[in-house]
Design a protein around this ligand. Structure first.
Ligand SMILES: [Zn+2]
Length: 438
């Protein structure tokens, strides 16, 4: 992608420039290139990064990237050192962090030595089990999230097996805190819930470095994802506060760029924590006043001074979804609308509305007019009713595709773009099918 460019730019230099000047540069570089960050510590920037520490007994690696990039990551590490992989630490069980572990085991195999020890939080194997039980669901939502409805488009997972067959299961798990000593390096593993329930961040007291996994993403925290299980914004913020309090002078994340220097650590981690705390406090305050999720999502916003920070860009997840996850965590799934507690089928509601309006085309025309007037949120409700009432209506499907392409163009987050793209493509596929039938 930007390989030639990134080769000449050390990740710490890029990070310092962005943090010190607020420059908007792409912090996530999927180059599979290795950079030495400080003596004996290197990073391979990839789909998720692999951080490697050289010790007297071999390498400790934090995360392994994904199934498709694991081999390239191991090759990059081998260009740096041929010392054996002694220990792998998984920050959490997302497949872009553990999916590359097979390549690390294969490297040990090639060298005729035993595969590295794998350390993780005790909830991580439970997560992998859940992924195996819901492989079809996970493949489908990832295809949608990453932009399409066509098979094979998703970036994560391996064929029909969501969890690649060669993923190495942890052989050492821990509960709240673990001490890992390898070749003169003493590391502390801290558990905290955030993006996941099985998350670990690593503290190296000698270097005063934190390996933060996905607690720092260089985009707005992935704490709201509409298609995934519960995330933990409040605990996420608390973990960031703890990293600051423990005295971190470097923070090495699994996505984006290294944060080097106490002031930069305080600024970036402090901003992320503040954004999450603000969303949580505001949402809980409104819930305590009896507000519904409808009231809350239309009133809670990230404070102005945090909105344009380069490490809080809503490019992947977005604040509105985080608000929903806070509501779900503390309030359950009911939205406060009594009709939605035990609803009629959506098709019955839509048919009733179409009958009242007089025809599906009137509804379609109003949807298009609203989209034209930039009220695309409202337009989507009407067009969904139109196609739900009459899925075979060509004008409804055509308008639906147009409206969702329009909506996609106005969105910033990958999650919204992915879902709206999938909807547009679904209508295009329905139109194509109708034509074949005719
Ligand atoms: Zn990640």
């Amino acid at each position: 992608m930007n390989g030639a460019l990134s080769k000449s730019m050390h990740p710490v230099d890029v990070a310092n420039r962005i943090i010190d000047s607020g420059a908007s540069e792409q912090p996530n570089r999927l180059t599979n290139e290795l950079s030495v960050v400080v003596d004996d510590v290197a990073v391979v920037e990839s789909f998720s990064h692999c951080w490697a520490l050289r010790t007297e007994e071999g390498l400790v690696c934090v995360d392994t990237s994904n199934a498709h990039t694991g081999t390239a990551v191991v090759e990059a590490l081998r260009g740096w050192t041929d010392e054996p992989f002694h220990t792998l630490i998984y920050t959490h069980g997302h497949l872009d962090h553990v999916g590359g572990s097979g390549a690390f085991a294969a490297d040990a195999n090639r060298n005729g030595i035993s595969r590295p020890r794998v350390v993780a939080h005790k909830a991580l194997p439970v997560r992998l089990e859940r992924y195996r039980a819901t492989a079809g669901w996970n493949l489908a939502i990832n295809r949608r999230q990453f932009g399409g409805v066509k098979a094979g488009v998703g970036l994560i997972g391996a064929g029909e097996n969501f969890v690649p067959r060669d993923v190495v299961e942890p052989d050492t798990t821990y509960d709240e805190i673990a001490h890992v000593s390898v070749g003169g390096r003493d590391l502390e593993l801290h558990h905290a819930r955030g993006e996941t329930d099985d998350h670990t961040w690593v503290w190296d007291p000698r270097d005063r470095s934190v390996y933060s996994g996905d607690f720092v993403l260089w985009v707005f925290p992935n704490a709201g994802n509409p298609q995934k299980v519960q995330r933990y914004p409040v605990e996420w913020a608390a973990a960031l506060r703890k990293m600051i309090a423990i005295g971190a002078e470097q923070v090495y994340p699994a996505h984006g760029l290294p944060i080097v220097g106490r002031q930069r650590v305080e600024l970036v981690l402090g901003d992320i924590a503040e954004a999450l705390e603000f969303l949580a406090d505001s949402t809980l305050a409104l819930m305590n006043e009896g507000a519904t999720i409808d009231d809350i999502i239309h009133s809670v916003r990230v404070p102005e001074h945090l909105r344009d920070q380069p490490w809080l860009v809503p490019q992947y997840d977005e604040p509105e979804f985080v608000v929903r996850n806070i509501y779900r965590q503390f309030g359950g799934w009911w939205d406060g609308n009594p009709a939605n507690l035990k609803p009629a089928p959506e098709a019955a509601v839509a048919a009733e509305v179409v009958a009242l309006v007089g025809s599906v085309d009137l509804l379609v025309n109003r949807a298009l007019a609203l989209a034209d007037e930039d009220d695309v949120r409202l337009a989507c409700h009407l067009i969904e009713m139109a196609v739900t009432a009459e899925p075979e209506s060509e004008s409804a499907q055509k308008a639906r595709a147009d409206i969702y392409w329009l909506r996609r163009a106005a969105e910033r987050s990958l999650m919204s773009k992915g879902i709206y793209t999938a909807a547009a493509r679904e209508s295009e596929a329905a139109l194509l099918e109708n034509r074949v039938v005719e």
